[in-house]
Design a binder for this molecule. Structure first.
Ligand code: AMP
Ligand code: ZN
Length: 434
């Protein structure tokens, strides 16, 4: 089923006309109501009337995380505070949080995109959603909550943490859908196994929506097997709205962007110039219809490519490839570019290890060194006959074959890498201040 036939199956021509009409109104709105954008546009010599085609979007300024921090907390508001109903924030790693304020219109957009997402996985009125994304300033919990209400599903707003209780309630209430970060889904699966709960027999889960952090295809397979579900990728970011900006349909073949509401561009991160469809680059998003904190051309730093061919599911909206990583989490190890998700992809396929790892990067004698701590599973750990040094060497060899990087691999005991219920920090780069 498709939640919104009108927009999700619109012809390209009509979609472009819709996007252009929204873009014109948006630019007019921010020029007149947000001094930050007026100043930027004046500096660049652009007036709202210069936007006559979709390609004219390139005349507009980019917005960056720094801009959002500099205008903390409410400098990008395009309406009075009396119209704001909800505020969310993303802390990031340094500095002031990024704050986003939602009007009723914005909350409607948010619940609409999450409703479309849940419908893609066949979730509706008869379903019970165990929402284990954190509730609070983080957008995960509330985003799913708003959309779940819209489709009429039963929400269990359990938030993150207390994993034993998560498993018990999932079983007792008969949840059919789980929503949380992919790393937390694995932790829940592991806890269920330890509690003797068999997802095939004891749980009614059909699917889950996992996002908010990078995860590999191999990790998807692992979650699907361990929880006996279909695991869908859901993408979003606070600056734009939260989860639901893009998500996978039942074909799990790239994520549909809700492009009637969020206009996607892919640019070369170094030059800022557009790249052709199918070519990898940085995703840039413009909120076409938001009224609280509307954003022009947000530089997400997320790397992906775009495909505008229609999908087998009947939707015509553009799709983005699952994220390759972020421009700011790419590791350059002795000149070789590598993303943590590529390392994960290799590790998850190796027998005897769990998809629980840490990447530690350091520099010694002017050379980058990378150590990968990876957890053994119980059976490898208890197999005293096994030569662990040989396994470590084998893993390092695989990483070298696949990614051309030299690593020191250390196998660590089961459960020794800390688990969390939110975004998991996997990279510790000692070359830069954390
Ligand atoms: P936040 O606004 O704090 O929730 O962080 C948003 C960021 O999380 C995005 O810009 C992405 O880098 C990352 N993210 C969100 N969803 C996904 C996903 N499905 N796959 C990979 N990374 C994601
Ligand atoms: Zn599709």
């Amino acid at each position: 089923m498709i939640w919104n036939e009108k927009y999700e199956t619109m012809s390209r021509e009509n979609m472009q006309a819709h996007q252009l009409s929204c873009l014109k109104k948006l630019v007019d709105n921010v020029y007149n109501k947000v001094p930050f954008y007026k100043k930027r546009m004046d500096e660049m010599g652009v007036k709202p009337s210069d936007i006559q085609t979709l390609a004219d979007i390139r005349k507009l300024p980019f917005t960056t995380k720094y801009d959002m921090r500099d205008t903390y907390p409410f400098g990008l508001l395009a309406c009075g505070m009396d119209e704001i109903l909800e505020v969310h924030a993303s802390s990031g790693t340094t500095g002031k949080p990024v704050v986003v304020a939602y009007t009723q219109n914005d909350l409607d957009i948010w619940s609409e995109v999450v409703a479309r997402t849940l419908t893609m996985g066949g979730i509706g009125k008869d379903d019970i959603i165990q929402n284990a994304y954190g509730y609070g300033l983080f957008t995960g919990g509330f985003g799913i909550h708003h959309g779940a209400k819209k489709v009429g599903a039963t929400i269990v707003p359990i938030s993150g943490g207390n994993t034993t209780r998560q498993v018990n309630l999932m079983k007792d209430f008969g949840a059919t859908c789980l929503t949380c970060t992919p790393s937390y889904a694995l932790y829940i699966a592991e806890t269920a196994r330890e509690m003797g709960v068999d997802p095939k027999k004891d749980l009614k889960l059909k699917c889950g929506y996992f996002g908010a952090e990078p995860w590999s295809l191999a990790m998807r397979k692992d979650i699907e097997e361990k929880l006996n579900i279909k695991a869908y990728d859901i993408f979003g970011l606070t600056e734009i709205i939260g989860p639901g900006v893009a998500a996978e349909c039942e074909y799990q073949n790239m994520m549909h962007v809700q492009e009637d509401l969020f206009y996607p561009e892919i640019i070369n991160p170094e030059t800022g110039e557009p790249v052709p469809d199918g070519e990898k680059g940085e995703l840039v998003l413009t909120t076409l219809t938001k009224t609280g904190t509307p954003i022009l051309r947000y530089r997400t730093r997320d790397l992906t490519y775009i495909d505008r061919t229609p999908c087998k599911c009947g939707r015509t909206t553009a799709r983005i490839h699952r994220l390759f990583g972020r421009t700011d989490d790419m590791l350059i190890i002795r000149g070789v570019n590598v993303f943590p998700s590529q390392i994960e992809e290799v590790l998850v396929k190796i027998e005897g290890v769990e998809p629980q790892y840490q990447i530690i990067v350091d520099r010694k004698d002017n050379l980058d060194i990378i150590e990968i701590k990876v957890e053994m599973n119980e059976s490898l750990f208890s197999d005293q006959m096994k030569n662990l040094a040989a396994t470590e060497k084998y893993i390092a060899g695989e990483l070298h074959n696949m990614l051309n990087i030299h690593t020191k691999v250390t196998l660590v005991e089961p459960k020794s890498i800390p688990r969390g219920d939110g975004k998991t920090k996997r990279v510790f780069d000692k070359r830069v201040l954390q």
